[in-house]
Design a protein around this ligand. Structure first.
Ligand code: B12
Ligand code: SF4
Ligand code: SF4
Length: 357
């Protein structure tokens, strides 16, 4: 007998994915207008991979696998009680790079299923132009919160997504879960840069307001994605976030009882003080963060983030290491952020170019 949705979902769970569901191929088009609208508003900032010539593929996954007939969406929990401490590195980034180990586990799953029935598959772990949250929503994994994260009623939002495009004809999930944010606005109120904004594309069928993320104002974008100088108007609001930002998930009531992962791939890499990190040279940065998502920022980008946190710390003991970086760094971007950090530690108004926004 051929493989059923039940077989595939069971295999996903056996391979360590706590959440799994099937989305219909045509459902990829459902939220595509929201995405287009979002790009048109300029919310993608300088993330060229969201706006380039491949942007429209998101509407039709057949362009990635012509034989695709259903989409397996999986979620991997990464919550655990870590002291993200000071300085703060986002939870998902504390461990091995998920792009690698989630792909490895999905490859094993596909190989095993392939012994029962021949089929074509394409694994995507944040690596293809797909609207992953939208597909996972259609597959029944959760609803899109006002913070724009996908939230599961039982598991909260601390999970990562991946998809397997399959040539198998599997019964898809019938109805996406309803919005459960209600009148809550905690994430909107807690966001230090007011990056969660009303969505011009509209709200929910039940009349609830729609919210979206102006990524060009988000700390996660600044510290992970942005390659150049971080806009001065936002630096003082970034606090101690040196890689990613979890604030809008930390405050979410649906994460209060979120279960913890036991997956060995997630481990704590924080614990280092700002002073330690200011003293980290490029070879030691590579050694320490090589296998983790933090390596994406590269040494100069990471140091830039650490310098902003140092400036925001008010800790006068950091003036010396910051001054040393200002005098010795070869990269202009590092010197510029060191200069900002010193001015802020001195109580001068760094970049007194006007308002905070
Ligand atoms: C670009 C990107 C970012 C950008 C922009 C984020 C954003 N909200 O758009 C930045 C760098 C800021 C970012 C930050 C983070 N990211 Co990110 N990111 C992505 C990426 C690569 C593309 C997202 C995208 O296309 N954005 C464009 C907008 C328009 O799309 P969207 O947010 O997915 O919204 C769509 C649907 O959700 C739906 N929709 C949205 N709102 C509504 C409302 C209603 C009423 C309805 C019906 C539908 C609907 O329509 C939209 C358009 O199709 C995805 C991976 C992927 N390929 O999808 C990961 C992804 C979204 N990120 C992820 C994570 C973990 C994070 C961070 C938590 C990391 C961190 N700790 O710093 C933060 C969270 C910040 C936040 N509040 O979103 C996870 C999210 C998992 C989850 N449970 O939701 C993903 C899926 C990566 C993964 N494979 O796991 N990210
Ligand atoms: S990740 Fe941080 S900066 Fe971005 S929307 Fe959430 S709280 Fe705001
Ligand atoms: S904090 Fe409140 S509004 Fe924001 S995502 Fe969670 S439940 Fe929704």
């Amino acid at each position: 007998m051929g493989l059923s949705a039940y077989d595939v979902l069971a295999a996903a769970r056996e391979h360590g994915f706590e959440l799994a569901g099937i989305a219909a191929v045509d459902s990829a088009a459902t939220d595509f207008p929201r995405y287009r609208d979002w790009v048109d508003q300029g919310y993608a900032g300088r993330m060229g991979y969201l706006t380039d010539h491949r942007a429209d593929i998101r509407r039709d996954p057949r362009q990635l696998l012509p034989s695709v007939r259903s989409i397996l969406c999986v979620g991997k929990l990464y919550n655990r009680a870590i002291d993200s401490g000071s300085p703060s590195i986002a939870k998902y980034a504390q461990g091995e790079d998920y792009h690698h180990f989630m792909r490895r586990d999905l490859e094993r799953m596909v190989a095993l299923l392939g012994e029962r029935e021949a089929f074509e598959a394409r694994i995507c772990v944040d690596t293809a132009p797909l609207l992953e949250r939208s597909l996972a929503r259609q597959a029944g994994l959760g609803w899109i919160g006002k913070n724009t994260c996908l939230i599961n009623q039982q598991q909260g939002s601390w999970f990562l997504l991946a998809e397997v495009l399959l040539s198998l004809d599997l019964t898809p999930n019938a109805e996406p879960p309803p919005d459960r944010c209600g009148s809550c606005t905690r994430c909107i109120d807690a966001c230090p840069t007011q990056a969660i904004v009303p969505d011009a594309a509209g709200g929910w069928p039940d009349g609830a307001d729609g919210w979206t993320l102006d990524a060009s104002a988000c700390i996660s974008y600044f510290t992970i994605e942005l390659k150049g100088s971080i806009p001065e108007a936002y630096r003082s609001q970034m606090g101690n976030n040196i890689f990613g930002c979890d604030i809008c998930q930390d405050v979410c009531p649906w994460n209060r009882r979120a279960p913890e992962t036991a997956a060995p791939e997630f481990f704590t890499i924080s614990g280092a003080s700002l002073e330690d990190l200011l003293n980290l040279d490029a070879p030691r940065f590579r050694l320490q963060f090589e296998k983790t998502p933090v390596s994406r920022a590269r040494y100069a980008g990471f140091l830039r983030n650490v310098l902003i946190a140092a400036g925001n710390s008010g800790d006068q003991r950091l003036r010396e290491p910051v001054r040393r970086i200002l005098e010795s760094a070869s990269e202009e971007i590092v010197r510029e952020h060191a200069s900002w950090a010193l001015a802020r530690l001195d109580g001068r108004n760094p970049g007194s170019s006007g308002s905070e926004r």
